[in-house]
Write a protein that binds this ligand. Structure first.
Ligand code: NAD
Length: 330
């Protein structure tokens, strides 16, 4: 089994090399460049490619992978909205992913963002470093006794429900299908009711045609005044222009984003020496009640270990012709 690994960061290589010690039959070559139509031909001679959340795995890349003889796309993540599954099917290429590698990693980060923006930790950190020990601008509110609204109650959403319950919150949930794992912990309701009643709204549904711009002018109008919005799922769940309008209208107490629409060129890159042109991110960051992190929800030791192990096991299951629940189809 030969895998060409795209968009390699030092921590990817570190965790895959440790996991790979168990499977000497797997050979991995690591590339820094990401998977895209122009870089796909590099995979000639490999059985599989390994991509990540911002790899461009549209029709162009898939056709180039087919021409290169690649039979398997290994996504080292849960989401696969950047993969054209229909084209993969047409080209006879299997797509596999790592669902639920560590739901708690993402849910804990969602709560970290909610707490940080609530208690203005981003401002407090800077103030104290500047010997400003005043409390101006740092007033928050208790989560205890308040209502959390969880949109999408799969693995990560369910973990977030448990965390919110641990904080003594009432939890409302919205999903297209109910998860029995949270029975008794959360109350399923209509989206409009959840938005109207929740002090904290946290997004945990995947990006699909149905959820694209789920949070837009219409839904923002339904959100409770002074709520906190957290998105650790996918950027395009939120229409950024409308979010900015809502923030300007003083709708939100705070907003915590681990993902945002324009993240692709930024994610996992050090752009500190660059001037970012036309950046909505910069506009968002100009608000005192917004915190942005760069798609780091998954980034814990436990999650990286699980991602590496499952990705390698996926490749072996495919090689043996086994059916796997980790295979995704269009
Ligand atoms: P999951 O498949 O276990 O759960 C997703 C849930 O969303 C399911 O219960 C599903 O029924 C629900 N859903 C689907 N369509 C919906 C709709 N239209 N309205 C409401 N709910 C809907 O997935 P998960 O493992 O919990 O992951 C959720 C998302 O988190 C992923 O799709 C991915 O985008 C994101 N994620 C982010 C990070 C990060 O680092 N920030 C890491 C992993 C995953």
């Amino acid at each position: 089994m030969k895998i060409l690994f795209y968009d390699t960061k030092s921590y990817d290589q570190q965790f895959f090399e440790i996991a790979g010690e168990k499977y000497p039959e797997i050979e991995i070559e690591y590339l820094k460049t990401d998977l895209a139509p122009r870089t796909a031909p590099l995979a000639a001679g490999y059985d599989a490619v390994c991509g990540f959340v911002n790899s461009d795995i549209g029709a162009g890349t898939i056709r180039a992978l087919k021409d290169a003889g690649v039979k398997l796309i290994l996504m080292r993540c849960a989401g696969f909205n950047n993969v054209d599954l229909e084209w993969a099917g047409k080209c006879g290429i299997t797509v596999m992913r790592v669902p639920g590698y560590s739901p708690e990693a993402v849910a804990e980060h969602a709560m970290a963002l909610a707490l940080a923006v609530n208690r203005r930790l981003h401002k407090a950190y800077v103030k104290v470093r500047e010997n400003d020990f005043s409390l101006n601008g740092l007033l928050g509110f208790n989560f205890y006794g308040k209502t959390a609204g969880i949109i999408g109650t799969g693995k990560i959403g369910a973990a977030m429900v448990r965390i919110c319950r641990g904080f003594g919150m009432r939890v409302l949930a919205y999903d297209v299908c109910q998860n029995p794992a949270i029975a008794g912990l959360a109350e399923y309701t209509e989206l409009a009711v959840l938005l109207r009643e929740s002090d904290l709204v946290s997004l945990h549904c995947p990006l699909t045609d149905d959820t694209y711009h789920l949070i837009c002018r219409d839904t923002i109008a339904q959100i409770k005044e002074g709520a906190i919005l957290v998105n650790t799922s996918r950027g395009a769940l939120v229409k950024t222009e409308d979010l900015i309008e809502g923030i300007r209208a003083r709708k939100f107490f705070g907003v915590g984003l681990d993902v945002y629409e324009e993240e692709t060129p930024n994610v996992f890159e050090d752009r500190s020496d660059q001037i970012l042109e036309h950046s909505v991110t910069a506009r968002l960051l100009s608000f005192p009640n917004v915190i942005i992190t760069s798609h780091q929800g998954f980034f814990t030791k436990e999650a990286l270990e699980a991602i590496a192990h499952t990705t390698l096991l996926n490749s072996l299951a495919w090689e043996r012709g086994e059916k796997s629940p980790n295979t995704v189809e269009g």
